[in-house]
Design a protein around this ligand. Structure first.
Ligand code: 5GP
Ligand code: ZN
Length: 113
C-alpha cells in the first residue's frame, strides 16, 4: 500500500514537522491555504472519517485535545482558527489518510465554498 502521509510518517518523504508523539504527527502543508496551514494525522493509517471505529476514539480525542497546545506553538493563541476534515472527493479530500487541517492567520468566511 502506498500512502503519501504514511511515507511522511515513516520519514521516507520529508516534511516540516511541528509536533510528533507515538500516535500523532503534525506538519506544515506543502501548499498553504493560509499564513498557518498545518496537517494533523494519526500515525495509524485510516483512510477517511467514515472509516473510524470505537477503536480510534483514543487517538481522535488526543488529536482534538492537542489543539490548544498546537495553536499556541503555532502562534495562534487567541486568534480565530479553522480546523477542517475533508471526507471523500466531493468534499475535497485528495489524500486518503485521515487528516485535520489547522488553518489560521487570516479571516475565513462561512459557509466555505
Ligand atoms: P485534502 O485535500 O485531502 O483535504 O488535503 C490534503 C493536503 O495535503 C492538501 O492541503 C495538500 O496541499 C497537502 N499535501 C499534498 N501533498 C503533500 C506533501 O507532499 N507534503 C505536505 N506537507 N503536504 C502535502
Ligand atoms: Zn497512510
Amino acid at each position: 500500500m502506498s500512502c503519501l502521509f504514511c511515507s511522511i510518517i515513516e520519514g521516507e518523504i520529508p516534511a516540516k514537522k511541528v509536533y510528533e508523539d507515538d500516535s500523532v504527527l503534525a506538519f506544515h502543508d506543502i501548499t498553504p491555504a493560509a499564513p498557518v496551514h498545518v496537517l494533523v494525522v494519526p500515525k495509524k493509517h485510516i483512510e477517511k472519517l467514515t472509516d473510524l471505529t470505537d477503536e480510534d476514539s483514543g487517538v481522535m480525542g488526543h488529536i482534538l485535545t492537542l489543539m490548544p497546545r498546537l495553536l499556541s506553538e503555532l502562534g495562534l493563541e487567541g486568534r480565530g482558527v479553522r480546523v477542517v476534515n475533508n471526507c471523500l472527493e466531493e468534499a475535497g479530500q485528495s489524500v486518503f489518510h485521515i487528516h485535520f487541517h489547522i488553518l489560521g492567520g487570516r479571516a475565513f468566511s462561512w459557509p466555505p465554498g
